[in-house]
Design a protein around this ligand. Structure first.
Ligand code: 1HE
Length: 269
């Protein structure tokens, strides 16, 4: 077994393998509401750096206990009494982890419940799909804690909900939940039952796509969003050239041509 998918090699993460290369990766420190300490971030870097090569086809990202994630481990940060230089490097490790997630090419579906706050929201926003349930709530309490964001909220949360809503969340501590959170873009799905069940359903479906196609969807789109329109169109043509001619796609195209493939219908998905 590739060490990256060996659950025994993680202290802060729980990892379970399911069919078709689907893995559930859970933050596993519920007694501290899955607060992100240095060890957790290093383990996220390790997992997401090696996931693709280890054959991971899709990941459901979850949190053990009642809360997804309480953000930065404030107690560790307080006790360490870090210098600016030290904390800048902490933030750079967070970016390493979250960029590996967003740009790594392995689909990540976040199953959100309870608190998704501060760095917990930054973590969730590096996933490709977010599923929430009626316990889930989002906040950026940094303003109240006397600190600032450091794990990409200025980029990804702004991108999801707009700059001024993100500023309001940090300034005032505003909490979003329920349908309003979906309408704003903090999650794509709100379910009545368990966010985990829906995330598993979506991830199982996604894991059936061709890996190269998923790589393009879960890497190229983010890269292209960083480019000018002209450069993105050029890059899209290149990626399309490679992905849309992959040998493994031919059987799927042939099935469509032979009328054996499913058609797209209203109420699908
Ligand atoms: C923690 C943390 C944490 C809980 N760091 N230890 N994040 C926040 O400002 C959110 C802080 N946490 C909370 O508001 C609440 O804990 C929760 C709403 C998430 C959960 O409430 P509750 O009542 O279920 O739990 P609790 O009693 O507050 O906490 C249980 C334990 O978890 C307790 O430890 P104990 O040893 O006293 O039992 C808490 O200290 C511990 N705990 N949250 C450390 N965050 C790169 S910059 C990113 C900047 C940020 O992320 S700022 C946002 C920080």
């Amino acid at each position: 077994m590739n060490d990256v998918v060996n659950p025994d090699t993680y202290e802060r993460l729980a990892l379970t393998a399911h069919d078709n290369g689907l893995y559930v990766l859970s933050l596993n420190r519920p007694e501290k509401r899955n607060a992100l300490d240095v060890v957790t971030i290093e383990e996220l870097i390790r997992f997401f750096s090696g996931a693709r090569i280890a054959g991971v086809k899709a990941v459901v990202l979850a949190g053990a206990g009642d809360h997804f994630c309480a953000g930065l481990d404030l107690v560790e940060h307080w006790k360490a009494d870090r210098s600016a230089d030290d904390f800048m490097h902490v933030c750079l490790r967070w970016h390493e982890a979250f960029n590996k997630m967003e740009y790594g090419g392995v689909p990540i579906i976040a199953a959100l419940k309870g608190a998704v706050v501060g760095g917990g929201l930054e973590l969730a926003s590096a996933a490709h799909v977010r599923v929430m349930d009626d316990t889930t709530y989002f906040a950026l309490p940094e303003g109240q804690r006397g600190i600032f964001t450091g794990g990409g909220a200025t980029i990804r949360v702004s991108d999801m909900i707009g700059k001024y809503r993100m500023i309001d969340m940090v300034l005032t501590g505003r909490v979003y939940q329920g349908q309003e959170a979906v309408d704003l873009g903090l999650a794509q799905y709100l379910v009545e039952g368990s966010s985990m069940d829906k995330a598993m359903e979506l991830a199982s479906k996604v894991a059936q796509n061709l890996p190269l196609t998923n790589f393009a969807i879960c890497s190229a789109v983010s890269h292209m969003n960083n480019m000018s329109g002209m450069d993105a169109a050029y890059a899209e043509a290149f990626v399309g050239g490679i992905v849309n001619t992959q040998p493994d796609a031919r059987a799927r195209l042939e099935a469509f041509a032979n009328r054996t493939a499913a058609r797209v219908r209203p109420n699908d998905g």
